[in-house]
Write a protein that binds this ligand. Structure first.
Ligand SMILES: Cc1cc2nc3c(=O)[nH]c(=O)nc-3n(C[C@H](O)[C@H](O)[C@H](O)COP(=O)(O)OP(=O)(O)OC[C@H]3O[C@@H](n4cnc5c(N)ncnc54)[C@H](O)[C@@H]3O)c2cc1C
Length: 343
């Protein structure tokens, strides 16, 4: 995908990318999932570099973006989640302490994906202790960490075996030195920079779910037409056809919301509500389509050679990561509907 230029879709042409919008980037990832693959192995390259693009210095952009676009450098790792804070990101404990011309990073992260296949990691760490800032979202900073230089006694990534083929890791920083010039943007404003990139992430993930949903529906339709039981195709039974039809309806509705969110983003308009709603609707719809496909296939839905069970496991992730359904509902309740803050 890198060689074909797809992963540089969102990098501007002046830095060697295709200079396309999120609308087109989303179509690329959707197509991976639509054709039976899983874009989780590469999608982060599209959205992590957005933080660098929007908040990095001109020197950082000139140094890194062309190499990311050409595939010489891989920026696939995104280090935010921690074992003790989880979804409560601003309570993270990894610290980066300034010492002369570098920062010293100490702490632990969990579920950090693609580390073994990445040259760089975009890292969120606390630079000012929580009790010295007015709001806990302040005092966090974003760094570009070069994993190729990291000594084994100061940086370790331990793979976590998961129920899907997704390379993810527990990561330990033990006094890792990161050059001060690798700070992205201003010190203490990192949380805002990370949030900035999240709308793109939501839209891209929604597109992957829609790709999954259409794949499940195509497979379910094909099987429902050709499988003969009681001397007729199983799809002739409304008990089989309706769940597939309902999933299709929900996929199309989610698709409209994702297109709306992408169009708003590409027009430079606020799209937080639409991006979050698109991600929730698409993740629910792909899961519904996955269930319909398993049910339609009967016992064969569980046979590995049909791929249904693999995609079923893969699409389940999107209800949890990169953001869980509850957290999206919480965003909509508080920020869109004006209901009282919950946490
Ligand atoms: C395969 C995989 C890959 C991942 N890759 C990355 C990565 O590359 N980089 C990265 O930084 N992270 C990554 N993650 C982490 C992922 O973003 C988190 O798992 C996710 O955000 C949830 O955090 P948690 O697991 O700590 O759950 P917790 O925060 O412990 O939450 C557990 C459950 O409780 C619910 N919950 C918590 N608080 C509330 C509340 N106030 N109201 C209602 N419900 C609540 C949540 O919705 C969730 O369902 C990955 C995770 C997985 C599984």
């Amino acid at each position: 995908m890198t060689q074909a230029g797809y992963l540089s879709a969102l990098i501007p042409e002046e830095y060697g990318g295709l200079g396309l919008g999120v609308t087109e980037g989303a179509i690329i990832l959707e197509e991976v999932n639509r054709s039976g693959g899983n874009a989780g192995a590469c999608h982060a390259q599209m959205y992590t570099m957005g933080t660098l693009l929007r908040h990095g210095s001109e020197e950082q952009k000139r140094e890194y973006l062309p190499q990311i676009a050409s595939g010489e450098l891989r920026l696939q790792a995104f280090g935010v989640t921690e074992p003790d804070s989880g979804t409560d990101t601003t309570s993270l404990r990894t610290t980066a302490v300034r010492r002369g011309d570098h920062y010293v990073v100490t702490g632990q992260k969990i579920f950090i994906s693609r580390v073994q296949h990445s040259d760089l990691m975009l890292l969120l760490a606390r630079t000012t202790p929580r009790d010295q800032v007015a709001r806990k979202s302040e005092g966090l900073s974003t760094f570009l960490v070069d994993l190729r230089d990291a000594p084994a006694d100061k940086f370790e990534a331990r793979p976590i075996d998961t129920m899907i083929n997704h390379e993810t890791n527990q990561v330990f920083f033990d006094g890792l030195e990161v050059p001060a010039e690798n700070l992205v943007g201003e010190e203490g404003k990192g949380f805002r920079y990370i949030l900035d990139g999240m709308n793109v992430e939501r839209i891209l993930i929604a597109a992957e779910c829609i790709g999954d949903g259409d794949w499940f529906i195509e497979r379910a339709i094909g099987y429902a037409k050709e499988r003969i039981v009681f001397d007729r195709p199983i799809g002739q039974n409304q008990g089989v056809a309706f769940p597939i039809a309902r999933a299709y309806v929900n996929i199309r509705a989610a698709d409209l919301m994702r297109q709306r969110a992408a169009a708003l983003f590409d027009a430079g308009q606020p799209c937080g509500a639409e991006a979050n709603m698109a991600k929730l609707l698409a993740a629910d719809a792909s899961w519904e389509a996955a269930n319909a496909a398993v049910q339609t296939h009967g016992g064969y839905g569980f046979a590995a050679e049909f791929d249904i069970e693999r995609k079923f496991r893969e699409t389940r992730l999107y209800q949890v990561a990169p953001i869980s359904t509850n957290l999206i509902l919480s965003y909509v309740a508080q920020h869109v509907l004006g209901l009282p803050r919950s946490f």
